[in-house]
Design a protein around this ligand. Structure first.
Ligand code: ZN
Ligand code: ZN
Length: 384
């Protein structure tokens, strides 16, 4: 089968302490300190065999994610940008949809023909974190497309416990093609969903939301917030193309933060009340946090999603004075998140199809990455 494979060279930097586990498993906990010269290529591989508890999925669509891009980018010394978990060489891709074609001997949840999407993190259910319900922070985790083979391939074998059925999307979409295109956007939609409703507390219908950054994660998050009854959604995004996509999705309050004062803009839009929910999806935290802190509504929830490379100074007095709180949020595992996002889509309340602005064939997947690097799309999909 065809597969998009990321290769690299294991060469830990002098300042990085390689742990016993990293040495044993070949999985770097900080890819940016260990993997050099990342290189992406479409290769011919054997079709995977599902383990006992896995099912084999014939992949139909896979989204190109910001994390995929950062695994393929390198700094001046040749180290990949991606600072989280990676084991190379590996088939990339984790935002997928497809059809079950084969089930392992101990797999019971699915049968051939089922349409599915999947979570990224596989968890062991036995470690200290898992036993306390924090499956997303499993101490023996694997991640599809990062530490084990991903979905930018004709087939992917996935543990059935992290797959979800998406056949209910046929209530909202007329064709299987549309169902599968929409299903490939479930995973990015869960990132903000988990931050806003799994992590933050007391976010209620009618809340005013401000999204700082309207890339793929911000755009899907805005769609989720609207579906969940936002009183208003304001977004700041410097890319002209992405602001146009946000407007096409029906959002009115979409602004270029470089073109007008964001603090005044939020005050105007909210009648001086400020934002009940701030969602940081840009990573430009030195610019966004001063804005957030000057536009906190009483009891505002700040949901921190982005993987920021720097640390802004935080004006604690403003959080204290407004009874505001910051919630860090990583990933999307557990907390009912995946099935809830699927329900919103099936109900016709969350439609991400207009956000998919480019589609490439798997054989042309490298071009899909080039396109995604331009950062002008809502979502770039690879079709298998
Ligand atoms: Zn992703
Ligand atoms: Zn575990």
């Amino acid at each position: 089968m065809q597969a998009l494979v990321l290769n690299g060279e294991w060469d830990p930097s002098d300042s990085y302490d390689v742990s016993e586990r990293e040495r044993r498993t070949g999985t770097a906990m900080d890819g940016s300190s260990v993997w050099k010269h990342p290189e992406l290529r479409v290769e011919e591989q054997d079709r995977p065999e599902p383990d006992e508890d896995e099912v084999l999925v014939r992949v139909r669509y896979v989204g190109v994610c910001g994390s995929d891009l950062s695994m393929t980018a390198a700094d001046g010394d040749g180290y990949m940008h991606y600072s989280a978990y990676a084991n190379l060489p590996n088939v990339v891709g984790h935002e997928f949809s497809g059809e079950v074609v084969e089930t392992g001997t101990d797999a019971r949840l699915f049968e051939a023909g089922d349409l599915v999407t999947g979570e990224v993190t596989d968890y062991c259910c036995r470690c200290r974190m898992c036993r306390q319900g924090f499956h997303g922070h499993c101490e023996n985790f694997e991640q599809v497309g990062f530490t084990v083979p991903g979905a930018m391939a004709e087939y992917v074998a996935v543990p059935e416990k992290i797959l979800w059925d998406v056949s209910s999307l046929s209530r909202a979409y007329d064709t299987t093609e549309e169902v599968l295109r929409a299903a490939a956007t479930v995973e990015p939609s869960t990132i903000c969903y988990y931050g806003m409703y799994g992590r933050a507390e007391g976010v209620v219908p009618g809340d005013y939301y401000v999204f700082h950054g309207a890339g793929p994660i911000g755009l899907t998050g805005m769609n989720v917030a609207r579906a969940a009854g936002a009183g208003m959604v304001v977004a700041f995004e410097p890319s002209d193309e992405r602001r146009a996509i946000a407007r096409d999705l029906g959002f009115e309050h979409v602004y270029d933060p470089l073109d007008r004062d964001p603090v005044e803009t939020v005050r105007d839009a909210t009648g001086g009340e400020g934002a009940d929910v701030h969602v940081e999806t840009s990573g430009a935290v030195e610019a966004t946090y001063p804005v957030i802190e000057d536009t906190l509504a009483e009891r505002s929830n700040v949901v921190h999603i982005s993987n920021a490379g720097s640390n802004p100074s935080i004006a604690l007095r403003k959080y204290q004075g407004n009874a505001a709180q910051i919630y860090g949020s990583e990933g999307h595992t557990g907390q009912q998140v995946f099935p809830r996002v699927v329900r919103l889509m099936a109900a016709g309340r969350l439609d991400n199809l207009p956000l998919i602005t480019s589609t490439f064939d798997l054989s042309d997947a490298e071009a899909a990455f080039d396109r995604a690097r331009e950062r002008v799309d809502g979502k770039v999909l690879v079709e298998v």
